[in-house]
Design a protein around this ligand. Sequence first.
Ligand code: FAD
Length: 331
Amino acid sequence: MNIADYKGVWVFAEQREGELQKVSLELLGEGRRIADKLGVKLTALLLGNNIESLATTLASHGADEVLVADDKNLEHYTTEGYAKVICDLAAERKPGILFVGATFIGRDLGPRIAARLSTGLTADCTSIDVEVENGDLLATRPAFGGNLMATIACPEHRPQMATVRPGVFAKITTDPSKCNIEKVEVKLADSDIRTKVLEVIKAKKDMVDIAEAEFIVSGGRGVGSKENFKLLEELAAALEGTVAGSRAAVESGWIDGACQVGQTGKTVRPKIYIACGISGAIQHVAGMQDSELIIAVNKDETAPIMKVADYAIVGDVAKVVPELIAQVKEV
Ligand code: FAD
């Protein structure tokens, strides 16, 4: 392998049922910065069936180029089908870096591509950078139970791959007229895909993805009970937001595991994050520290969350939250 032949930054633009995933646009935002730093092209890879219209959205979120693989065999995500198309393209065009969102699809697809291309992958990253002199990717992720952040490089192989958590980077808007949209030939035989999708069952409409929410009221062990969590739901409803929780709250059965914030939960980046009865353990903070505004409600003024918070309210959740609800309703 001649590493110098591998250039450009690629982002897998994940779509489900014709809807682009937010993490793909966030990755284009950060990919733009990385591509500019290296002076190379930023390419979005769009796979699916009848998805060409999504290419213009990618064009206006930072991409220099969108490669569209539109084929009936790509209508539903399958590891084999998607991995084959991306590996064929990568073998032909030789990207230096390939980013994939750390969604359940990306976490499945990324390692398969890396194995087929005999390259390395740093999973579940929370920050990425590059060394300009040699184009080496520096991918950072929590390690040893979140007690330290490890920066991992894969200098001997190309493309360098990383899956990146949703909610970590910001989207950008760019002029779409500068982007080149190219339809690529899909070389997929039916025998390439051994998995058959029989039915797609959509998630319940009322289940809000916390990674997408703008206002989050999050509860921890200090909330005390499932019953008390209703107070948080009321505050979230008044803010037109959603509820989330710490791992302690999830393990107590007060809130669904899909709503856990943190290292083993989701990374969120809402406009406002209200942490109620949460101590602020490093594993929790890793998932919410990039929120635009953090308000902490805790009866212990020395709790670590108070240091992360923009506003700290020292008091009992059971007393403070009803007051907040009344204030919000007044506005
Ligand atoms: P506690 O730490 O028990 O804090 C409760 C807080 O509530 C205290 O600060 C207390 O002062 C306050 N309080 C009590 N009563 C009241 C009241 N009436 N009013 C106001 N405040 C009150 N945790 C996560 O959250 N997300 C993760 O993804 C995650 N991943 C992990 C991964 C690993 C490998 C490990 C080892 C741990 C992980 N954890 C995670 C667990 C984490 O270390 C903490 O144990 C957890 O976050 C604590 O949750 P908590 O803040 O709700 O509870």
